[in-house]
Design a protein around this ligand. Structure first.
Ligand SMILES: Cc1cc2nc3c(=O)[nH]c(=O)nc-3n(C[C@H](O)[C@H](O)[C@H](O)COP(=O)(O)OP(=O)(O)OC[C@H]3O[C@@H](n4cnc5c(N)ncnc54)[C@H](O)[C@@H]3O)c2cc1C
Length: 529
């Protein structure tokens, strides 16, 4: 065994969640080690959709432009039965975000772009390194890592994050229950090219016929991801899937006239709906698929993991920098993120059962629902806004409690996401977008003064130093009042936004009591730190 090494944070697993966490920590200046037991990056497409809240988070990681330049925007979701198209739902409507659209990009490419960003920030993935054991005490975690040549290394780290996927060794070592169930059916997956059928390569197709379902997602150059299902009574059981079997499913259940060819990935899988009983044990945390897994219906798994990572990242950084009440911050991670995962799992299971349910009653209800509700714009919007994950509200935990007692889901209330809006950058006189400003690795305080009268904060945040930036949204900065309107303030007031672009606290007039209370718990350097 080699000599003991010491690090601040050990991230186990370099999938989307681990990479996002490592990037966030580096953005906050925290040294990080990130390991993955796989010798090579994954080459399979897996998650294809990046939703708006993830794109917003990618801006915070300083990498969103590359995703937007490379990813493919989606046009529509087309739903049909046999030869009938039941509905065409335009995609990207009603999402209030600087990125009001889902972006299609294979997960393998998402991971490549994230890994490149991490390298720019001075860290890189250590491959063929597996976590095989961990133990913790009051001051840190001792992790045992096994290298490709069988050598074992002991690492001492202040915090450890298990982003090591559904079978998480970290979750198991911490003895955290992964509560839930496995669906009985076997699902089939194929990445193929398709001839015929006049499909729009910017639309998703969800099709039913003869008691079965086909879902088709476009990505890359002419490639389509196809999902279908083997019934629980299928004699094939868990046999590997072939192109012929997928073609048979498409012929039987899908739009007519499609010829599949050139499969680049064929796989079968079972759907698990599971949520970890805890996200934190002492100095160890879990995030991403290690903490929650569910049906791919709705395409939320990777997205939820990325957002776990940005929630945890800044809190770990503050705790390590000796800023604020570390225990309060770190406890707030599970309190905020676990209820979100619960909601995502339940909603994905519902979509899954509605889309793939084979009974006559299910298909009748489904066809009626799509024909009636699928053509109502408000229903499209509601579904897309839900999937975008931009309208969630953190309601629980010690951090949102600091922001004030009012619990409303209205956007820009405490615990909800901040809003994008343009303002005049007084230094340049030009219009600027607020989102990049809010994406800095620090808290942002927006102060809305009474007229042009200067505001005295009465020392409420004087110890925050580099962990806070202040924007005076006065008449020069906001001549038409649209920033004020977006933040729902009719008179003077203030809104404090966290580094993960969530509203931390807000107040009206010159009452900075809540700001002072929040700052003393979150922004004040700890004595001796
Ligand atoms: C077919 C399919 C389609 C999907 N479609 C979507 C979609 O459209 N949208 C969406 O959001 N999600 C989708 N998902 C889910 C998505 O792929 C996962 O949610 C995502 O990969 C989870 O990321 P993660 O970083 O948490 O874990 P993973 O991607 O599983 O990464 C975990 C990493 O940890 C490493 N590791 C494991 N154990 C150890 C250890 N002991 N030591 C060191 N390293 C270890 C692994 O090698 C791996 O690289 C889909 C999944 C599948 C299978």
């Amino acid at each position: 065994m080699s000599a003991e090494n010491v690090t601040e944070v050990l991230v186990v697993g370099a999938g989307p969640a681990g990479l996002s966490l490592a990037i966030t920590l580096r953005r906050h200046g925290v040294p990080v080690r990130i390991i993955d037991r796989a010798a090579q990056p994954s080459t399979v497409s897996k998650a294809l959709a990046l939703w708006s809240a993830s794109l917003e988070a990618l801006q915070g990681m300083g990498v969103v432009d590359r995703f937007v330049a490379e990813g493919q925007r989606l046009n529509a979701l087309c739903v049909g039965e046999g030869d009938r198209r039941l509905a065409t739902l335009a995609v990207g409507e009603g999402i209030d975000s600087p990125f009001p659209f889902p972006l299609l990009l294979p997960q393998s490419r998402t991971e490549e772009l994230l890994a490149a960003r991490l390298t720019e920030l001075g860290a890189s993935i250590e491959r063929s390194v597996e976590l095989v054991g961990l133990a913790q005490d009051a001051s840190g975690v001792t992790a045992t890592l096994r290298h490709a040549d069988g050598r074992e290394e002991t690492v001492r780290t202040k915090y450890l994050a298990g982003c090591d996927g559904a079978r998480s060794a970290v979750r198991q070592a911490l003895d955290i229950a992964f509560e839930g169930y496995t669906e009985p059916q076997t699902f089939l997956l194929a990445d193929v090219k398709i001839d015929g059928g006049d499909l729009d390569h910017r639309s998703i197709y969800l099709w039913w016929h003869n008691g079965g379902t086909i879902a088709m997602f476009p990505f890359g150059q002419e490639v389509w991801r196809i999902f279908s299902m083997r019934g629980p009574d299928s004699p094939k059981g868990d046999e590997p899937v072939t192109l012929e079997e997928i073609q048979h499913c498409v012929d039987r259940y899908g739009p007519s006239g499609l010829r599949l060819r050139d499969p680049s990935w064929l796989s079968i899988f079972r759907i698990n709906e599971r949520l970890a009983a805890r996200y934190r044990v002492g100095r160890c945390f879990i995030a991403g698929d290690a903490a929650h897994i569910h049906s791919p219906a709705g395409g939320q798994g990777m997205n939820t993991g990325i957002q776990d990572a940005v929630n945890l990242g800044w809190k770990l950084a503050y705790a390590l920098h000796g800023v604020g009440n570390g225990e309060l911050l770190l406890d707030s991670y599970e309190a905020e993120r676990r209820p979100i995962a619960r909601g995502v799992i339940d909603a994905a299971a519902q979509k899954q059962h509605l889309s793939f349910g084979a009974s006559k009653l299910t298909s009748m209800v489904r066809n009626m629902a799509v024909s009636i509700f699928g053509n109502i714009p408000a229903v499209h919007r509601k579904l897309q806004v839900e999937l975008s994950e931009t309208e969630f509200a953190y309601r629980d935990g010690p951090l949102v409690a600091l922001g004030g007692s009012k619990r409303s889901s209205k956007r820009t209330e405490v615990g909800t996401r901040a809003r994008e809006v343009s303002f005049v950058d007084v230094a340049t006189g030009r219009n600027a977008s607020l989102w990049p400003y809010l994406s800095a690795p620090r808290h942002s305080l927006l102060i809305f003064p009474e007229g042009d009268r200067p505001v005295s904060l009465n020392g409420a945040v004087e110890e925050a130093g580099d962990h806070l930036q202040v924007l005076h949204v006065d008449g020069r900065c906001d001549p038409t009042g649209k920033v004020r309107t977006r933040y729902r303030l009719s008179g003077p007031g203030w809104v404090l936004v966290r580094p993960d672009q969530v509203v931390a606290a807000r107040g009206v007039g010159n009452d900075f009591g809540t700001l002072q209370a929040y700052a003393s718990q979150v922004l004040r350097p700890r004595s001796g730190a």
